[in-house]
Ligand binder design. Structure first.
Ligand code: ADE
Ligand code: ZN
Length: 327
């Protein structure tokens, strides 16, 4: 009884949340109506019933369709603000939000509209909820490196609103090496670098993200356990892994939460963190992820709870001198 209360009430960082993946079906329908966008589903209930995924791609198809209702600065603000209100309820005190500008610019939405809307929500979250929040611009890896480079250039007027860049979307067949130049350019701009790797893709994609993209965190990374040498390297360098347990089950990376390798990751000394990924699609926000994961895995106790939450702050892009009050 003490452990769920500890998990619920402890201060937390969230480092792997796609803000478009926080768009709840109710808000999708509200924005569709407000913007006159037609949806392929007749009702909130019908949309929710479509959330039965077999792999990453089956999710991405529906996730990009859901994001099609976002057109105006206020839409992006409203989406992020709804997330921050839920984050505050989970006692998240720091959040680093992924966003996918190419999903929106492909529909004719200006990247400035996207970033300004999200940035205003981050500012207000700090003022009104005491949450420090920053933005990580993700490149869609199923698109070309040239498109990623154009996206980064288009974001330059908003450089000060972005802490880093990431790499997401369809992993298999799109190895990190495809994005060598755009990550080099991002590093030259002083941006932090992260990449999804080892969610569906092999350990070699994690190595590519480290060696070629020079990332400072690996998003997911759960397949690292297939390579003992890689586990050694990740542990020795305290390379963070932003693990998303409910996501992994919904996308069939693991059959059930009880089969998840989070206990083994911690046992191996890795800097694993728990995150929600796309909470509107995967059945819950950060506290739900934590509570369900600890419930399903009795090997995880109070020590592991503290370790995971501390890892989240350690892995954040907040400078050490600004971390006062955190665990
Ligand atoms: N985009 C949103 N969620 C994602 C995930 N879990 N993996 C890759 N791309 C994503
Ligand atoms: Zn993700």
């Amino acid at each position: 009884a003490a452990l769920p209360a500890l998990l619920r009430t402890a201060p937390k960082a969230e480092l792997h949340i796609h803000i478009e993946g926080s768009l709840e079906p109710e808000l999708i329908f509200q924005l569709a109506q407000r913007n006159g966008v037609a949806l392929a589903y007749p009702s909130v209930q019908a949309l929710r019933e479509a959330y039965a995924f077999t792999d990453l791609q089956s999710f991405l198809d529906i996730y990009y369709a859901g994001a099609s209702v976002l057109l105006h600065e206020l839409d992006f603000f409203d989406m992020a603000w709804a997330y921050f209100e839920r984050a505050a309820a989970d006692n998240i005190v720091h959040a680093e939000l992924f966003f996918d500008p190419q999903t929106h610019t492909a529909r004719g939405v200006d990247i400035g509209t996207v970033i300004r809307g999200l940035h205003h929500a981050c500012q207000r979250a700090h003022q009104e909820l005491g949450i420090s929040a920053s933005l990580i611009l993700c490149f869609l890896r199923h698109l070309s490196q040239d498109e990623a480079l154009a996206t980064l250039e288009a974001a330059l007027p908003y450089r000060q609103h972005i802490v880093g860049v990431g790499l997401d979307s369809s992993e298999r067949g799109h190895p990190p090496e495809k994005f060598t130049e755009v990550f080099a350019r991002a590093r030259a701009l002083g941006l932090r670098c992260v990449a999804h790797a080892g969610e569906e893709g092999p350990p070699a994609y994690i190595e590519g993200a480290l060696d070629v993209l020079q990332v400072q965190r690996i998003d997911h990374g759960v397949r690292c356990l297939e390579s003992p040498a890689l586990v050694q390297r990740l542990a020795a360098s305290r390379m963070p892994l932003t693990v998303c347990p409910l996501s992994n089950v919904k996308l069939c990376v693991f059959k059930t939460l009880a089969d998840h390798n989070l206990p083994a990751l911690l046992q191996a000394g890795l800097c694993a963190t728990v995150n929600s990924d796309d909470p509107a699609y995967f059945g819950g926000y950060l506290n739900t992820n934590l509570l369900a994961t600890f419930e399903a895995l009795p090997q995880l106790g109070v020590r592991e709870a503290y370790q995971l939450l501390r890892n989240g702050f350690e892995a954040s892009f907040v400078p050490a001198e600004q971390r006062d009050g955190w665990i």
